[in-house]
Unconditional design. Structure first.
Lengths: 234, 211
């Protein structure tokens, strides 16, 4: 599934989309598809972070461990080397570093992680940190490059419709066609969300069923697609 | 039973009791306070419940310096036992520090600033090979992996008290059953009462010459 294939399918959703005139495939077309993929990765990470999961072991430098640059959402930290390798690390708030003073903990500041100053903390000079995270998509270099394989190919129509909705918005085709395209897009969006919800139902979980996280707010999933959606996604 | 085990079992009482909203550190602080409180109640029910016995070999390396290898904070019993060279045991009475050099009873000892001193002089103690001290240590739990000082059957009381505390800290979560805060509090009180009842000593069966 290449970017060009997505663009071609997206253009075909409206007779008003004149190929090579409404959008330059290699520049704007590529950029639109990249943003569409990024949005669907973000949305998917909220639903099934493990699907987009990666790990990276980072050695300490200058008293800290750098945050993986392509991490969209970090969801577990472990000590990555030495005798305590595999030990879970707890991230504590920058302004309350004694929250878990009986456990190894770190705090985050400026895209880096620091020991929180308690007895069991990891040592940046001796130990690494293994990050478990959902990463951003690998970006296609040009329109002939493939979309990141973590986006399942069978939902390519969703990407094409995201592209088509963007063109309709650009062309200000607000009445009629935009609603029709969004409705069609939402149908595929539901299938994509449903897949990420149920792709593996074998997990047994003691706590944390709603996977809520500590934060000042939570952006609704419905705002992460082109033109927003009226679907009831939490 | 380890503190970390108690915290894990308390989390099992409700799926909303996650580490994210009720961190181990917060749970531990509560558990430490409750554990200390429950230990005091237990000692009221049975003063020997947490009794620790240590045998101090005699003679001491330095008679005048006394024996100071006890934990920093203890409650020492008024009576210790002495063992002589042919394994006979006899009582040693604790006396006031002012009587260290001229005690009214002998054998006896004083306990000052965490140090045990034998009374009179070393020459009076040549027959004795060890001093058996009985004390209750300060009730503490330190790292999460440490065992509780309380007996293992205190586990249910600790778990429910901690679960009730967790329930008070957080709001109900969407999609999860409401937290039965009243039920947890009642369960905790009942488990505590049951634990203390099980350890209540039948004082009538104990015969003591003096109080």
């Amino acid at each position: 599934m290449t970017v060009q294939e997505i663009i071609t399918r997206g253009l075909s959703h409206s007779t008003k989309n004149a190929p090579s005139r409404i959008v330059d495939d290699a520049i704007e077309g590529l950029a639109i598809v990249i943003e569409a993929v990024r949005g669907l990765f973000q949305l998917g990470t909220r639903i099934n972070r493990e699907w987009f999961g990666e790990t990276l072991t980072v050695a300490g430098a200058a008293g800290a461990w750098a945050r993986p640059a392509d991490a969209e959402s970090i969801y577990r930290l472990e000590i990555g080397s030495g005798a305590r390798a595999g030990t879970k690390l707890t991230r504590v708030p920058f302004d309350d570093r004694a929250t878990e003073f009986r456990k190894p903990s770190v705090y985050a500041f400026g895209r880096a992680y620091y020991p929180s100053g308690n007895a069991l903390d990891p040592n940046p000079a001796l130990e690494s940190i293994k990050f478990f995270f959902a990463s951003e998509p690998d970006l296609p270099a040009d329109i002939n490059a493939a979309i990141d394989a973590r986006f399942p190919e069978r939902f390519r129509e969703l990407l094409a419709l995201e592209f088509a909705v963007y063109l309709a918005l650009k062309d200000e085709r607000m009445a009629g066609e935009l609603d029709h395209l969004k409705a069609e897009r939402d149908r595929w969006l539901l299938r994509y969300v449903a897949f990420l919800e149920h792709e593996d139902t074998t997990e047994v979980r003691r706590h944390d069923h709603d996977r809520a996280f500590n934060g000042p707010s939570m952006v609704p999933l419905t705002s992460l697609v082109a033109g927003g959606t009226d679907l009831k996604l939490q | 039973v380890k503190a970390a085990t108690i915290i894990g079992l308390a989390r099992d009482e409700h799926p909303a009791f996650t580490e994210r909203f009720t961190p181990d550190g917060v749970c531990y602080n509560y558990l430490e306070q409750y554990h200390t409180l429950l230990a005091r109640k237990l000692l009221k029910a049975d003063r020997d419940a947490l009794l620790t016995i240590v045998a101090v070999p005699l003679p001491l390396a330095n008679f005048d310096a006394g024996y100071n290898a006890l934990p920093a904070r203890i409650v020492l019993e008024d009576t210790a036992f002495l063992v002589d060279s042919v394994a006979n045991r006899c009582r040693a009475q604790r006396v006031d520090g002012a009587q260290r050099h001229n005690p009214r009873v002998f054998p006896s000892f004083t306990f000052e600033n965490g140090v045990i001193y034998q009374t009179r002089t070393a020459a009076y103690w040549t027959d004795y090979t060890s001093l058996e001290l009985r004390y209750t240590p300060e009730v503490t739990i330190d790292p999460l992996t440490d065992d509780l000082v309380l007996p293992n059957d205190a586990q249910r009381a600790c778990v429910l008290a901690l679960a009730a505390f967790m329930g008070r800290r957080i709001a109900d979560r969407p999609g999860l059953p409401p937290i039965d805060r009243g039920g947890l509090a009642q369960g905790a009180a009942a488990a505590e009462a049951e634990f203390l009842l099980a350890h209540e000593k039948a004082i009538v069966s104990e015969i003591r010459e003096v109080w």
